[in-house]
Design a protein around this ligand. Structure first.
Ligand code: H2B
Length: 95
């Protein structure tokens, strides 16, 4: 996998439930909701370890049972295959 920019539109074509991030950045976003704070945080812990392995890290914030995620590749100035890969990890871990 390489950090060639593919852009949000190409990434969104390959994913379910993701959207263009707010603002003018080339980034994709998704809101994840869980049954509880503990399940949200457990998911974040799992994803954090996978992100570290991939050396690709999310922008995210958590409020109670909700996690707001934005993915982009800072080195490339936009969305790459790394963002699609991390999005898929997040989706499959969320069940
Ligand atoms: N994560 C994301 N989302 N974008 C990057 O460009 C990026 C990263 N770069 N994680 C990585 C780390 C880079 O800074 C290190 C040095 O590999």
């Amino acid at each position: 996998m390489d950090r060639t920019r593919i852009g949000a539109k190409a990434a969104l074509d390959q994913l379910e439930g993701w959207r263009q991030a707010d603002g003018s950045r080339d980034a994709i976003a998704k809101t994840f909701r869980f049954p509880s704070f503990v399940s949200a945080f457990a998911w974040m812990t799992h994803v954090a370890l996978e992100a570290e392995k991939l050396d690709h890290h999310p922008e995210w914030s958590n409020v109670y049972n909700r996690v707001e995620v934005v993915l982009t590749t800072h080195d490339a100035g936009g969305v790459t295959a790394f963002d699609v890969a991390l999005a898929r990890i997040m989706d499959s871990a969320a069940g």
